[in-house]
Design a protein around this ligand. Structure first.
Ligand code: SP5
Ligand code: ZN
Length: 350
């Protein structure tokens, strides 16, 4: 039986080429590469999925989630870097911070955006791994359109839509970016649903805590955010966030799991969150498949069948659902993992 869920796509998402990640000061090979999206698309098309192009949306939808200063910075970051000559002197071909606007520097107030082009990224980025190059803005902006188009499909009556977003988004806060992410696609989708009057749930199954989505909706009771992820207390990104005690007004739920967790433990956590989200009107799934065994960026050991079961739990909620792609870095497995999840969703809807 062919996959019924439409794949929302934009070729522009391929334009971001991070080239590297600066990790502990060392330039290491990038993992969040364009081939990820192509591998997913191929696997879904091979199962008969229909690919639909994203339609343009205005910046208004982005500004429901992000500070305009962040959006404007990202829009111009590459060109101001290039115009300042930094690609030739000192020879850095990607925008990368060297100083950071650490909160403890500013006991009496907010930092100013620095005037030096080389200092500006440290106001908006919170790590050195998330590089900006010539195509980064166009790709990130296209990914937001992909997520918003998927919401349109569901609001028009589709049970589920899959947003093949890249670069990913769930580590981006209202005003700062990081974690290989630039705009928070899942949060933008959730805010669009909420604007239609729905009470929204975000279920984040990426191997890493969805810290950006948590921060964006922390003060909002109309959007519930739940995340299952490898325990930051065991030494994993995003390190500062993702602990179980971050729930405030009952609108956020974190379920950290130990490194090495397999299907049973992970699915117990997923089910705890789907049960918690059972009364929402609409659901956004932040679908990272980096929790899979063998993924280079996480120590979790979920199988393809585990992702299928997670999809079944989501489908069983019977809610209008937008699935937004997040992480997943094993190019040989990423397609089958996403496919299994989407098949699981469809199976329990039948
Ligand atoms: C969207 C998403 O899954 N972002 C996760 C980013 C987590 N990156 C943490 C990187 C930690 C160091 N990785 C070492 C490999 C060097 N390339
Ligand atoms: Zn991840």
């Amino acid at each position: 039986m062919p996959l019924e869920t439409n794949v929302v796509w934009s070729d522009r998402c391929l334009l971001h080429e991070p080239s590297a990640e600066i990790w502990v000061g060392v330039r290491t090979e990038a993992t969040e590469v364009p081939a990820r999206a192509q591998a997913i698309r191929e696997a879904l098309v091979a199962e008969g999925a229909r690919v639909v192009d994203a339609t343009p949306h205005t910046d208004d939808a982005l500004l429901r989630v992000h500070d305009s200063a962040l959006v404007e910075y990202l829009r111009g970051a590459w060109s101001e870097w290039e115009e300042a000559g930094l690609p030739t002197d000192p020879g850095q071909d990607r925008v990368v911070p060297y100083v950071f606007a650490h909160a403890a520097l500013m006991p009496t107030g907010q930092a100013r955006v620095p005037v030096a082009v080389w200092a500006r990224p440290g106001y908006f980025a919170y790590d050195t791994m998330t590089l900006v190059g010539p195509g980064t803005w166009e790709a990130a902006r296209a990914a937001a359109d992909v997520a918003l188009t998927a919401v349109d499909h569901v609001l028009a009556g589709a049970a589920t839509a899959y947003a093949c977003t890249r670069p990913p988004g769930h580590h981006v806060c209202r005003s700062v970016y990081g974690g290989s992410c630039y705009l928070n696609n899942a949060a933008i989708a959730a805010a669009a649903f909420a604007d239609s009057g729905a009470r929204v749930g975000v279920l984040d199954v990426d191997a890493h805590h969805g810290n950006g989505t948590q921060e964006v909706f922390y003060e909002r009771s109309d959007v519930l955010t739940g995340s299952v992820h490898v325990d930051p207390g065991a030494g994993w990104f995003p390190h500062f966030l993702g602990f179980a005690d971050e729930d405030r007004a009952g609108a956020n739920r974190n379920v950290p799991v130990a490194p090495g967790t397999e299907d049973d433990g992970w699915l117990t956590a997923v089910e705890l969150l789907t049960t918690w989200l059972r009364d929402v009107d609409a659901l956004v799934v932040a679908l990272g498949v980096d929790a899979a065994a063998g993924d280079p960026e996480s120590p979790l050991r979920v199988t393809t069948e585990g992702y299928r079961s997670a999809g079944r739990l989501v489908g069983a909620l019977g809610r209008p659902t937008v699935v937004v792609q997040e992480g997943g870095y094993d190019l040989s497995r990423i397609g089958e993992l996403v496919l299994a999840f989407l098949q699981g969703v469809e199976e329990s809807r039948r």
